[in-house]
Design a protein around this ligand. Structure first.
Ligand code: ZN
Length: 366
C-alpha cells in the first residue's frame, strides 16, 4: 500500500486500509484477502490487488487534486470466526461481538487470535460517507455463467437473499415386515412426497433466476428394517427479489399446512435462516457498462449467488460489483483460476469506472 502511495493502516480486527494522502474525496476499492481452507488464489485477493493497482496509477498520473483512491482489504469475509466480520465492523453493523465467545472450528477464540497477531486494542477503521463517494468491489464470479456467455465482465445487479426452512415429520417406528401399509405412519415416505411437491412447486412458482436445493435429509432411527419414526430435511432457496422470496416462503408454509390436513404423519415447518437480497447501485452499474464499452469488452448483467462484503457496505455507500469469469465456474478450490486476459480486462474496466466516478461522470454525487 505504501508503494502505491497510500498511508497504510491495520485495525483491531485485521482490516487493512490504504488511505489516499492529502485528499478529501475518494472512491473506495477493495474486497477481502482471507480464504476458505484449500481455497483458490483469486477469491477476494483479486479485488484488493485491483484496488492497489488503480490507486498506484491514480497517484502516478493524477496526484495534486482533491480526490483519490482508498483501498480496503476486509478481514474474515469467509467466516473463520464470523462471516463478513471486517466489513460489518467497518460499517458499524457488527453489534455487540464478544470476541472471547467467538471461536473458530478448532475452538480458539477470536480474542486470542487478535491478541497473538498484536491487533487487540487497535482502533477500528470506519466507513466515512463524507470521504468515500462509492465502494467498488471486483471479484471472481465463482460460477459458470460469464464463461458460457463469453463475457469477460459481469455487472452485478444484486446479491441474492437466502431462505432456509427446516421441515420435520413425526410418524411412528414399526416393524418394516409385519406392519400393513395402511397402518403405517411412515415419516420417511411423507418427507419424500412433500419434498417432491416442493421441488415441483418451486419449478412452477420460482422466478427465472431462483435457485433451490435440499441440502440434507435425516431419517430416524435410520435403518432398513424399521419404518422411520421421524424424518427431517432442510430446504434452501435464493433469489435477488424480496417479493419472490416472500412468495416462496409462503409456498413452503402452505405446503406443510396442506399436508397436515390429510396425513397422520405431522409436518412441522420452520424458517431458520433469512438474509434479504441487496441491490447494487444502478448508476454505478451503468458506469461499469459504459467503462466496459470504452474498453471494448462484452458484459453480462448477473446476480451474485454468493454473499460478498459489498452487501454490507451497500447499506452505507453507493456500491457496485464487477465479476470476472471463473474457469469452469470453479471456486473455493485450489484449482480456481481466471484467464489472464480476463484479469486484465477486469482491472481496466474497474479503473475506468473509478475514474468516471472521480471525474463526476456518473450519477453518484461528488
Ligand atoms: Zn470472496
Amino acid at each position: 500500500m505504501q508503494d502505491a502511495g497510500l498511508e497504510a493502516h491495520i485495525d483491531g480486527l485485521g482490516n487493512v486500509y490504504g488511505k489516499a494522502k492529502n485528499v478529501s474525496r475518494t472512491v473506495l476499492v477493495g474486497s477481502h484477502t482471507d480464504s476458505v481452507p484449500e481455497g483458490g488464489w483469486l477469491d477476494g485477493a483479486l479485488g484488493v490487488v485491483y484496488g492497489l493497482e488503480i490507486a498506484r496509477v491514480w497517484n502516478e498520473s493524477r496526484a495534486g487534486g482533491n480526490d483519490g483512491v482508498d483501498v480496503i482489504s476486509f478481514a474474515d469475509e469467509e467466516g473463520t470466526y464470523k462471516g463478513l466480520l471486517g466489513s460489518k465492523a467497518f460499517c458499524g453493523s457488527l453489534g455487540d461481538l464478544d470476541t472471547r465467545q467467538t471461536v473458530n472450528m478448532a475452538g480458539r477464540s477470536l480474542a486470542d487470535a487478535l491478541d497473538e497477531a498484536g491487533l487487540d486494542g487497535r482502533t477500528d477503521i470506519k466507513c466515512d460517507p463524507s470521504r468515500h463517494m462509492a465502494f467498488l468491489e471486483a471479484h471472481v464470479e465463482q460460477g459458470p455463467r460469464l464463461e458460457v456467455e463469453g463475457a469477460p465482465i459481469g455487472i452485478v445487479v444484486g446479491i441474492v437473499g437466502i431462505r432456509r426452512h427446516f421441515l420435520k415429520f413425526r410418524g411412528q417406528a414399526d416393524h418394516a415386515g409385519t406392519t400393513p401399509m395402511k397402518m403405517r405412519k411412515d415419516a420417511g415416505a411423507a418427507l419424500i412426497r412433500l419434498a417432491s411437491n416442493l421441488l415441483r412447486g418451486f419449478g412452477d412458482n420460482g422466478a427465472a433466476g431462483t435457485v433451490w436445493n435440499i441440502g440434507n435429509v435425516t431419517f430416524t432411527p435410520g435403518v432398513a428394517n424399521v419404518v422411520p419414526a421421524e424424518a427431517e430435511f432442510s430446504f434452501e432457496f435464493r433469489d435477488t427479489s424480496g417479493e419472490v422470496l416472500a412468495r416462496l416462503d409462503k409456498l413452503v408454509d402452505d405446503s406443510a399446512e396442506a399436508w397436515n390436513r390429510d396425513s397422520p404423519v405431522l409436518c412441522e415447518a420452520r424458517r431458520i435462516f433469512a438474509v434479504e437480497p441487496v441491490a447494487m447501485n444502478s448508476d454505478l452499474a451503468t458506469a461499469i457498462g459504459a467503462a466496459a464499452k470504452r474498453c471494448g469488452v462484452k458484459t453480462l448483467s448477473i446476480p451474485s449467488g454468493a454473499g460478498h462484503d459489498a452487501m454490507v457496505v451497500a447499506a452505507h455507500l453507493p456500491t457496485a460489483m464487477l465479476f470476472v469469469p471463473s474457469i469452469g465456474g470453479r471456486s473455493h478450490v485450489i484449482s480456481e483460476d481466471t484467464a489472464e486476459a480476463d484479469i486484465v480486462a477486469g482491472a481496466e474496466v474497474l479503473a475506468e469506472t473509478t475514474r468516471m466516478v472521480l471525474d463526476g461522470e456518473t450519477g453518484v454525487m461528488q
